[in-house]
Design a protein around this ligand. Structure first.
Ligand code: SF4
Ligand code: SF4
Length: 300
């Protein structure tokens, strides 16, 4: 398959076998996630810490948490069974960069055995800038940042606090720092040739009208894809937007925002909000077949 007319060959080489970046590839190539990074450095109002990070994964799901050594065993077992496996992602269950040591150790253990595995991670962006050089060294070529706002006043309704540099920040000040770090991370990654997908969670009444501005800004800064995902709201999974809870968007509301943004960064519409330990083609999850108790014994 040839590169589309509007894509340069270097970018095409990075997307053609990545199921999340190419609508075409998601039918043929598989990805897996390992849930090795439980810590997080911010609080999103839609998060419940009992479950996976809601920024990349389907909310309300508890993934099998693994140590980096267990994760590497699992990846190798899956690679032996699933020949289409091309991508290993770390998307939580907390934040891959807040729990950096575990993320890094997992990637280096896996690439020792499978050097051509493509690596990607997703993050809220706060602790991303300080790891960009290491990501380049590890050949990570895809990163997802969840960006729900570019205006800290909007952010203050989404993020009650962040933890940064050993200190906790609240309200607009917290969102101002988060915003600056997200933009810095995006700029640094783009400058280093790493493809960036931006995820935005559409929260009706909070950032629905604002996402067009987010779309323009991330496109201007060079994001490759923008994925607008619906808030999946279920009181049992905890959304803390006030006593009455916060509803998710209707299909029509989601479509309206996606249409308004369609002239901006490429929109991703085939995202399945997969869980933090998903295995398989997008839209398919064979994670249960490869849980730790079903893997061969470790050799070490
Ligand atoms: Fe939860 Fe993810 Fe937000 Fe952290 S970044 S608070 S894990 S939804
Ligand atoms: Fe990477 Fe996200 Fe796709 Fe997982 S869902 S493979 S983290 S882009």
């Amino acid at each position: 398959k040839q590169a589309p007319d509007d894509m340069d060959p270097a970018t095409w080489a990075k997307v053609k076998d990545h199921p999340c970046y190419s609508e075409e590839a998601h039918h043929y190539f598989a990805r897996m996630h390992v849930a090795v990074a439980p810590a997080c450095n911010i609080q999103c109002n839609y998060c419940n810490r009992k479950y996976d990070c809601a920024n990349e994964s389907r909310p309300g799901v508890v993934s099998e948490r693994l140590t980096p050594a267990e994760a590497a065993r699992k990846v190798i077992a899956v690679a032996n069974e699933v020949p289409q496996l091309s991508v290993l992602g770390i998307a939580g269950p907390g934040d891959s960069c807040a729990d950096w040591k575990k993320t890094k150790e997992t990637f280096s253990r896996v690439t020792q055995d499978i050097p051509d595995m493509r690596l990607c991670l997703s993050s809220n962006g706060l602790a991303l800038p300080e790891h960009v050089e290491e990501l380049v060294d590890m050949n990570v070529d895809h990163v997802t940042i969840t960006i729900n706002m570019i205006d800290p006043e909007v952010g203050a309704k989404i993020y009650p606090w962040i933890r940064h540099g050993g200190k906790r920040y609240y309200g607009v000040e917290a969102s101002q720092i988060l915003h600056e770090r997200q933009m810095l991370a995006l700029d640094m990654l783009v400058a280093r040739g790493i493809l960036v997908k931006v995820n935005s969670v559409l929260i009706p009444g909070i950032n629905d009208e604002h996402l067009l501005a987010v779309n323009k800004e991330v496109k201007r800064r060079g994001a490759f894809l923008h994925n607008i995902m619906p808030l999946i709201s279920d009181p049992a999974h905890g959304t803390h937007f006030g006593l009455t809870g916060q509803r998710g968007p209707t299909a029509a509301e989601l479509q309206k925002v996606q249409e308004a943004c369609s002239g901006g960064a490429n929109l991703m519409k085939h995202c399945r909000q997969c869980r933090a330990d998903a295995v398989g083609l997008l839209g398919e999850d064979r994670g249960q077949e490869f849980s730790l108790d079903k893997l061969p014994e470790a050799l070490e």
